[in-house]
Design a protein around this ligand. Sequence first.
Ligand SMILES: Nc1ncnc2c1ncn2[C@@H]1O[C@H](COP(=O)(O)OP(=O)(O)OP(=O)(O)O)[C@@H](O)[C@H]1O
Ligand SMILES: [Mg+2]
Length: 590
Amino acid sequence: MKNFSKPKDMKNTFNMLLKYLGTEKKLMFSFIIFLIINSLASFAPSMITAPLIDELVAVKNFKNLAINTLIKYIIILAVIALVGVISNYAYNFLALKLSQKTVNRIRKDLFARMKYLPIRYFDSIAHGEIMSRFTNDMDNISDALNNSLPQLISSFITLIGTLAVMIYLSPILVLVTCLMLPLMLKSSSMILNMSRQSFRDQQKNLGILNGFIEETMEGQKVVKVFCYEKNIKTKFDECNENYRSAAAKSQIYSGIIMPIMFNINNINYALSTAIGAVLILLNQLTIGRLTSFLQLARQFARPVADLSSQFTTVQSALAGAERIFEIMNEQPENQNIESQVKLDENILHDVKFSNVTFGYLPEKIVLKNISFTAKPGEKIALVGSTGAGKTTIANLITRFYDTIDGSIEIGGINIKKFSLKNLRGLIGMVLQDTHLFDGTIIENIRYGRLNATDEECIEAAKLSNADSFIKRLPHGYNTVIHEDGNNLSQGQRQLLNIARVAVSSPAILIFDEATSSVDTRTEELIENGMNKLMSKCTTFVIAHRLSTIKNANTILVIENGEIIEHGSHNDLINEHGRYYQLCSGQYELK
Ligand SMILES: Nc1ncnc2c1ncn2[C@@H]1O[C@H](COP(=O)(O)OP(=O)(O)OP(=O)(O)O)[C@@H](O)[C@H]1O
Ligand SMILES: [Mg+2]
């Protein structure tokens, strides 16, 4: 999708793009050489016609026509044509190579940079937005390098070259053309401005239409269940019609530019012919020269129109490049890579929060003064109403976000002292949303620890109760998972997630609503698997179901970002406080 916006900092973006192009110096150099040869070949024949015609006119008696002269010119013209064809093929091929290599490198760099961006960044930007930088913006750059850049340079050379030859042929006639040039430039830029606006409208409407289709596809179940088909159709028709009318308008504008330019050029042509004829009569010009001049004058409109239209494409590609470089300039996560601080993964560690204060936005504090200690091997349950701050606590332990105040220690060491790799290597996390990758079941389990053997993966699956369902699948552990596990049930996906965490044998385990979206029987199965895992870790469980929480060593009741009660199940029931309220009457806390 083209996006006709202007870059904010044209110079900087251009420099960065140039740096990428500069890495392919040889390619760039040969591309420009062939491009220049091609441009020269495109107007050289006009230079040959002048002497050819003049020599022919001079030969009054055609019987005496020097056949050799004719052959000479034919050969010269054929060689020029051949050079034109070869150089055209060569520079197009080189432009393709240059653009593919450059875009490939930018894509690589962008992806590499994305790996190090913090969760904070991904939480703050729509995923579609990042996707569109990888696809649309990249396409824009590749398009511009592939087509617009060669055309822009070639139009420029052709324009200058044509003008030079025209001046050489007849300076007086050039004056006529020069009078037309501003008119041409002005009218083309005026139409382009109008067409740009309508192009923007077209893109906006296309975006709305695409978004609508995507949303409807994703929400098919909801659409069907609420019998929304008819409304959807009306809405779709409306979006579709808006897009059609905007696209038609933009096509009309871009369609009229060439005819207008050619008409102005035709005036130029007619004037040049008339004045040229007078000059011949006055013996100021030869017929050959006038013919050549008129040939060039006819072609004159094309490079002018091309120059102005390609300029817009290049501008929009620069705007795309700017959006890509924006991601590359984002502050990466503080990896603390040099840090050698490491804890023994084979023993259990305590986790200590001391006066931790945190907010996703500095002005909105989500956790206030949180202090607690999870002793090695203990199970800590976090309960509280929705939005209380439970998931936030988990986000801080993994350092997806950093505390504003206070400290978190694991095994007596502040978590900021670890490298992120070492810290996250200690932790296993199971969330409500499962995420599986394209690949077989065993590959998905092995994602937990890449050097795990098949036996270890199967062992982990057994421990987490996933083994029995996997064995019942037609291809067992080699069953291929598609599209985030669409061919598995929610519960099965969750069991696989737990097996994946089990194979990584973490020292600290976090379960965030791991059993929220499965039925009671599967829940028992999952819990059973979780319990076996928990016995080997210091565990945090966030859950709404009493059965999951009851046997925790400590239950922390969190409300509005504060711990309002803590203790064992029995202690808290006896306290008759918030926990008691939450529990009484039902097993479901929410
Ligand atoms: N990425 C984010 N950016 C800004 N605010 C956020 C973000 N994530 C959560 N919050 C806010 O932080 C507060 C605590 O959210 P948190 O996800 O920790 O709640 P929770 O206790 O896990 O709730 P639930 O039981 O619904 O999962 C909420 O008010 C929420 O609006
Ligand atoms: Mg939560």
